[in-house]
Design a protein around this ligand. Structure first.
Ligand code: SME
Length: 149
């Protein structure tokens, strides 16, 4: 299922739209086509500040448009530089809830020239929704996105 989305992702990345529109189109595609992706969004480092700022996303609006480094799953990934797969969000102490429906989450850092500049964050209303296949898929997307930043 995820493999079938490689071609459409490449098409979006190489299209003539501006970068923000491309990222939004990727978010919408992922949310529409992957049943266990209920909220899909990019966060990027906010200039030189130690915080993340919400970029393009698909799904319910969130209050968490700014997330300090270290806070929540996203803020932890900003400093760890590692994928973070959360099978059960209720089991996390350092977690920022965006919706009462969310049960699991995955955050994959986005590297530009080896620097962690942002991340792709996906929430699922299904418990334990994410596997290594999701990690590899989202790493692929972030590597493609890095080429157009
Ligand atoms: N749950 C995230 C916050 C972002 S929302 O999922 C959109 C976190 O704990 O960092």
């Amino acid at each position: 299922m995820l493999d079938a989305l490689h071609a459409p992702i490449l098409e979006i990345v190489s299209s003539k739209e501006d970068t923000q529109k491309k990222l939004l189109t990727i978010c919408k595609l992922l949310k529409e086509r992957v049943p266990h992706y209920d909220w899909v969004g990019f966060y990027f480092r906010n200039g030189q500040k130690e915080e993340l700022k919400l970029g393009p996303y698909a799904g319910a609006p969130t209050d968490h448009t700014i997330i300090p480094f270290g806070k929540g799953i996203c803020g932890q990934v900003a400093v760890s530089n590692k994928n973070f797969v959360v099978p059960d969000v209720r089991a996390q102490d350092n977690y920022i809830a965006c919706s009462i429906h969310v049960k699991s989450e995955i955050v994959v850092p986005l590297f530009l020239n080896g620097e962690n500049v942002g991340q792709l964050d996906i929430d699922s209303n299904t418990a334990d929704a994410f596997s290594e296949a999701d990690e590899r898929f989202l790493e692929f997307i972030n590597a493609e996105v890095a080429k157009i930043l």
